[in-house]
Design a protein around this ligand. Structure first.
Ligand SMILES: Cc1cc2nc3c(=O)[nH]c(=O)nc-3n(C[C@H](O)[C@H](O)[C@H](O)COP(=O)(O)O)c2cc1C
Length: 325
């Protein structure tokens, strides 16, 4: 959420936490917002209407940027919103995106001194290879994630949530490095980069490779959650994001091992009602299963088996081949 009115709406809609639009010191990252573009695509990769009617199967393609506000104004806006959040049993979370590490830790110190209760540090945006140099970061090496997270957790004493990239086959390793360096939570995972050729213009849609996301990303996120839980044990706090659109998706990510779940594009496209509706849907699911949300965490992850443990089936695969000519 960039504007105060949007943050307020998310709080009032019943979000347990609101992560505000990220900032950093890079002018290029601010400039990127002025050039930002967003489009929703249907299953045939053609644009569909943006808004409440956007179908669930739409893919969101975007080139976004960071907050237009100068750091001090961003901080003041967030402080006002933190006061509102506290009145509504909600956690307001400032978010930094890595550009220069020393500057990020200086900003983090100011955030902690201002009294915020947690900081999200995104070191895994999809855009680093596409954006102006230094605007944002996509950290792919566990050693780098560990060093960056260690610098941040040494700088401040409030909980640090490290948001890691999903453009890696090593998400559990990235998470392990962040936790070893003192992170309280790991947010997994950032969106992917994609390119959609436009059949009319024969140019890439929105001009270049963009961040892409959609409902189809949920299984990937759940896989990272489950494999991270297997690697790290059940006591680490994983935050699932990327592909959840409603309360039942939230339940799916909890079952995969998340102890909290974020929604971004669903709210952007469908409005703040998506938050209250998701809370109600999660509540209904918990009631139907007679389980608390906390009891859901990791249930499916802990039931994962190896392929070789699956029962032997008699030529079952033949039911899945097409009719022969
Ligand atoms: C238009 C847009 C802007 C975003 N801006 C930020 C940002 O400033 N900071 C950040 O950490 N993530 C940002 N994200 C990523 C989202 O927080 C989230 O990780 C991603 O959209 C996947 O979740 P979703 O499937 O619920 O959309 C942005 C995503 C979109 C679509």
């Amino acid at each position: 959420m960039i504007d105060e009115a949007g943050i307020r709406s998310a709080i009032l809609a019943g979000a347990g936490a609101v992560v505000v639009k990220s900032t950093n010191e890079s002018e290029a990252a601010k400039d990127q917002l002025k050039r930002a573009e967003y489009v929703a695509l249907g299953a045939d990769w053609e644009p569909v209407t943006w808004g409440a009617q956007t179908p669930r199967e739409a893919t969101l393609v975007s080139r976004s940027g960071l907050t237009p506000l100068p750091f001090e104004a961003w901080l003041e806006q967030n402080l006002r919103m933190d006061r509102l959040a506290r009145e509504h049993d909600c956690l307001l979370v400032p978010s930094l995106i890595l550009s220069d590490l020393e500057t990020a830790t200086e900003m983090a110190r100011k955030i902690a001194q201002a009294g915020f209760r947690a900081l999200e540090f995104n070191i895994g945006t999809p855009y680093a290879s596409q954006a102006a140099k230094g605007a944002v970061s996509t950290e792919l090496l566990p050693e780098r994630v560990g060093a960056i997270a260690a610098a941040m957790t040494a700088a401040i004493s409030i909980p640090v949530w490290i948001k890691v990239t999903g453009q890696s086959e090593r998400v559990p390793d990235l998470a392990a490095a962040a936790f070893d360096a003192g992170a309280e939570s790991v947010v997994m995972a950032g969106r992917l980069l994609g390119l959609v050729p436009d059949l009319e213009t024969q140019a890439p849609l929105l001009g270049t490779s963009c961040g892409i996301g959609g409902y189809w990303n949920l299984p990937l996120t759940c896989h990272w959650l489950a494999t991270s839980r297997a690697r790290l044990g059940p006591d680490r706090s994983l935050i699932g994001i990327n592909g959840a659109q409603n309360g039942r998706d939230v339940a799916r990510m909890l079952l995969a091992g998340a102890s909290a779940v974020g929604l971004a594009s669903a709210v952007m496209m469908r409005g703040y009602g998506a938050i209250s509706q998701s809370v109600a849907e999660l509540d209904a699911y918990c009631q139907a299963k007679d389980m608390s949300a906390a009891a859901l965490v990791g249930v499916a992850a802990d039931r994962r088996k190896a392929f070789a443990q699956m029962p032997l089936l008699d030529d079952h695969w033949r039911q899945f081949i097409p009719p022969t000519l």
